[in-house]
Write a protein that binds this ligand. Structure first.
Ligand SMILES: CC(C)(COP(=O)(O)OP(=O)(O)OC[C@H]1O[C@@H](n2cnc3c(N)ncnc32)[C@H](O)[C@@H]1OP(=O)(O)O)[C@@H](O)C(=O)NCCC(=O)NCCS
Length: 163
């Protein structure tokens, strides 16, 4: 597949509804609910001049939201560690190389900010099977598991790579 180039722009508070709709559609309703809580918290912090360590970027095509990606840096964690934040491509655009392009854009931003260890939190659950195969193809390897993490008993899977 030919490498795609896309432009990502910082998310605004006014984009929350669309971003949550995309995440609910691409993942599931629970993830949409948690994304909404994370994003509202992030923009409330930003309005107060507080940095919660979260950054979100959107990919738009003809005013339609096509993708979201971002970084979560835990304020209490080592400065070189960062986690992939909410990440999704609109279902109609999946499998065309855009997920890879979004990941590549955000990895570049992470490297520029001095992050060197990149982690992903995902789950051993049918809704995330595609994502796990995608991450493995992008060079992520398994770093750990937490049993019985989701309410349905699914494991949390931590993947990682060096930037
Ligand atoms: C995960 C996701 C963002 C990937 O985006 P995408 O646009 O579908 O992926 P791409 O088309 O860029 O695929 C890039 C590469 O991964 C491979 N890949 C993608 N999906 C795959 C799958 N289901 N099985 C095997 N390989 C896969 C592609 O073949 C491609 O390989 P190449 O680099 O050799 O050409 C997208 O599937 C998605 O939005 N899923 C739902 C949301 C989600 O689960 N997010 C992650 C939560 S942790």
């Amino acid at each position: 597949m030919q490498n795609k180039t896309i432009e990502i722009v910082p998310m605004q508070a006014s984009d929350i509804e669309k971003a949550v709709a995309l995440i609910s559609l691409a993942m599931n309703e629970d993830e949409g609910k948690w994304a909404s809580e994370t994003m509202h918290f992030h923009f409330k912090c930003a309005a107060q001049g507080l940095d919660d360590g979260h950054d979100y970027y959107l990919w738009w095509k003809d005013a339609e939201l096509m993708g979201i990606v971002g970084l979560h840096h835990y304020a209490w964690g080592p400065p070189e560690n960062v986690w992939l934040a909410w990440f999704a491509v609109a279902p109609a655009e999946q499998g065309k190389g855009y997920g890879k392009a979004l990941l590549s854009e955000v990895e570049q931003k992470a490297r520029q900010r001095g992050f060197r260890k990149f982690f992903v939190e995902t789950y051993e659950h049918p809704d995330f099977e595609k994502a796990i195969r995608f991450y493995q193809k992008q060079g992520f390897t398994e770093h750990g598991r937490i049993a019985n993490y989701l309410a349905d008993g699914s494991q949390m899977l931590v993947l990682g790579k060096t930037l």
